[in-house]
Structure formats: structure tokens, C-alpha cells
Design a protein around this ligand. Structure first.
Ligand code: TXA
Ligand code: MG
Length: 353
């Protein structure tokens, strides 16, 4: 589907949506990304399902394509430390790790810079961002050519196995994806190690391609995610973004003092509308920005949200709205700051993507 580039089928008999990585196919794939399309590309860990990380619409397509049931935040890929410092706040500890271990399979969770220009959905509305510089020639050329950070989870349908070869990418992703860049087998084959450096003590959110000992030698003692917290039911992420104003779900109209967040053509008088045409992908791309806007809008004391159909990304939207509407003591025990903060990823969730 890249204009002007011969199909891989013509070259090596492979499936036509898979393009062997070359300067021409990488340039074309970068063009697709810049145009808001999804592209599958190799990294040294697993193949990623990439989107322009600065575009809410493009990032929303990732969740739709993967059928991810909730907006689990995504890793943002960059060329290196300079690019990473434009989107995240690095302290000396984080800089030391990046200087020594990048490019490579280490993802750092850091505070988002206020001027980062990234989609809010890429962080699932949190004030942190997960960032890494991949050590793979095709990935690096794609990042160079794209000139934008690339958000990418593993290129599989949610719950499936991460692909480590282009041919492993499920045909089910075909309609959602502009092309698959074939860079051969992934050198490492398991996902990156994720280290949360947004607090005083580094927390290992996911073991992965770089050993904990190697990270610990540079970062000092590391805590394990969930080790200091009681085990919770899967899906009970703590401290997610929630508006400060009370949120009422399944509203058909606004009560006095409420700002109405509509969905679909029936909500022309709403303060804001997640998608006037009723498109759940568009709604997902607007969700966090619109909740934030209505949380700040003068003249209102509460937010009411219209029902969103439980189909496709609508399920993820409903999940986030339910968390955002829950009383602080239900989902947020002991946390009196209900604003954006880092989540506690439980070990069994850390692998679910
Ligand atoms: O090796 C990898 O990391 C691959 C390749 C494509 O780079 N990517 C990958 O992404 O495994 P994904 O989406 O499958 O896993 C990302 C993990 C999720 O468990 C998510 O919860 C966590 O990173 N994560 C992302 N942003 C976060 C944040 N701001 N705070 C805490 N966890 C975050
Ligand atoms: Mg994954």
C-alpha cells in the first residue's frame, strides 16, 4: 500500500502488505506515519505497532487496532537522549541510565514535559511518559525519517503473542495498518525492561531485555512494582487520571451546574462532544483532553458524560470513565491527590498489552 514502491510480493514472493526495509520503503512508511497512519516496524525486542505520538487520532487507532480493553499507556520511541529530553524531564539518574544503556531495550517512565507536544492518550492521561530509544537500524532510520516520536506497543492483538518476525504479524491488523516493514528477526525477542523513575525510588514495572542487575548497577536499589502494595484485582490500576469535579455517567442532559460531554449527533447542545458523528475512535482521541478542559471550564461544578456504545474503543472509554467517576476511596485508597500520577502496574498486568 505504499505508492511507487514495489510490493514485497514482487520482490520475494511474500505477502504484499509486508515491505522489506530499504531506504525507499522506510521513507514511504515515515510518510504514512506523518499522515496519521499506523506502521508496523521492527525493534531489537519485538515488532511495534507504530503511530505518530503527537497525534491523538493516530494513537487512538493503535488502541482500536489492538482491541485493547483499556487505555494502558504506550511507550514512545525516540532516536536518543536529545529527543527524549524534549518530551520528558530527566534527572541525573535518568540521564546516566540513558547515556549508558541507550539505544537498547530499556524504557524509562519519567514526568512528561508540559511542552512535550505528545498526545494525552499516549500516556493514558497521566503526567508521565514511557520513553525508549530502540537499538535496531530500521527503527532508527524510521524515527530519523519521520522526525516525530513514535508511539508503539507490540504489534499483536491484545492478549496475543508479540511478533518477533514480520510474518508473525496477524493478518487481522491488515485493515488498520499502512504497511509492515520487514527488518528480519528481532535480536532480543522479548519486550524492553520498564523502569519507573518518576518517584524517589526506581520501580521495576516490567522485567525485560536488560537485566535488573545491570540497571541496578547504574540506578541504585530498585523496588518491584506491586511489592509494597496489596495485590489487587486485575484492572485495578491505582491513581489514574480523574477530574477533580464530580463525574456523572450515562447522562442524557446536563443538570444545573454540570458541563455536558456529549457523544453522537443527539448532543448538539453539549459543552463539548467526544464525537458529533458517533465515532468511538474519534471519541477516544478526544477523551482525556475534553475531560481536562471541562474540569477547568469556568462556571461549572460537575461534569456529566453521555453514554458511549460498548463497542470497539467504546469499551476502553467506558472503563476509563468508570474509574474517573469512582469515589476516591474506591480506586484510590490512601491517595488524597486525585490528579494525574504514575500508576502501580501489577506484575500480571505489566505483560498484558
Ligand atoms: O520492547 C518494547 O517495549 C515493545 C517495543 C515495540 O518497543 N513495546 C511494548 O509496548 O512492549 P507495550 O505497549 O506492549 O507495553 C508498554 C508497557 C505497558 O505495560 C504500560 O502499562 C507501560 O508500558 N507504560 C507505558 N507508559 C507508562 C507510564 N506512563 N507509566 C507506567 N507504565 C507505563
Ligand atoms: Mg505487548
Amino acid at each position: 500500500m505504499i505508492d511507487g514502491v514495489p510490493a514485497a510480493a514482487a520482490i520475494n514472493g511474500a505477502d504484499a502488505w509486508i515491505r522489506k526495509a530499504s531506504p525507499a520503503t522506510i521513507a514511504a512508511a515515515a510518510g504514512l506515519l506523518r499522515a496519521g497512519r499506523l506502521v508496523v516496524f521492527p525493534t531489537e525486542t519485538v515488532y511495534g505497532l507504530g503511530a505518530d505520538a503527537t497525534s491523538e487520532e493516530a494513537v487512538a487507532q493503535i488502541f482500536a487496532a489492538k482491541r485493547r480493553p483499556q487505555f494502558n499507556p504506550l511507550i514512545v520511541h525516540v532516536t536518543g537522549l536529545d529527543a527524549a529530553e524534549r518530551i520528558a524531564v530527566f534527572d541525573p539518574r535518568a540521564r546516566r541510565l540513558a547515556e549508558r544503556l541507550w539505544p537498547g531495550p530499556l524504557t524509562l517512565v519519567l514526568p512528561r514535559r508540559s511542552d512535550c507536544g505528545l498526545s494525552l492518550l499516549v500516556s493514558a492521561g497521566l503526567d508521565t511518559v514511557a520513553v525508549r530509544a530502540p537499538d535496531n537500524a530500521t527503527a532508527r532510520s524510521l524515527l530519523d525519517a519521520c522526525e516525530r516520536p513514535i508511539a508503539a506497543p507490540s504489534a499483536n492483538i491484545s492478549g496475543g503473542i508479540s511478533p518477533t518476525m514480520a510474518a508473525d504479524v496477524e493478518p487481522e491488523l491488515r485493515n488498520a495498518v499502512g504497511c509492515v516493514l520487514d527488518g528480519g528477526a528481532c535480536r532480543i525477542g522479548i519486550e524492553s525492561t520498564i523502569l519507573d523513575l518518576s518517584g524517589a525510588t526506581p520501580v521495576l514495572l516490567r522485567p525485560g531485555g536488560i537485566a535488573r542487575e545491570e540497571v541496578q548497577a547504574l540506578a541504585g536499589p530498585i523496588a518491584l512494582a506491586g511489592s509494597d502494595a496489596p495485590v489487587r484485582a486485575p484492572g485495578m490500576l491505582r491513581r489514574h487520571y480523574a477530574p477533580h469535579r464530580p463525574l456523572r455517567l450515562d447522562a442524557s442532559d446536563a443538570r444545573p451546574g454540570e458541563a455536558l460531554l456529549g457523544f453522537g449527533p443527539g448532543f448538539r447542545d453539549a459543552a463539548l462532544n467526544l464525537s458529533p458523528s458517533g465515532d468511538v475512535v474519534e471519541a477516544a482521541s478526544n477523551l482525556f483532553a475534553m475531560l481536562r478542559a471541562l474540569d477547568r471550564a469556568p462556571g461549572f461544578a460537575a461534569i456529566a458524560v453521555a453514554p458511549v456504545p460498548a463497542q470497539g474503543l467504546g469499551i476502553a472509554i467506558a472503563d476509563r470513565l468508570r474509574r474517573a467517576a469512582a469515589p476516591a476511596d474506591v480506586l484510590d485508597e490512601g491517595n488524597d491527590d486525585r490528579g494525574p500520577a504514575a500508576p502501580c502496574i501489577l506484575p500480571d498486568q505489566a505483560f498484558d498489552a
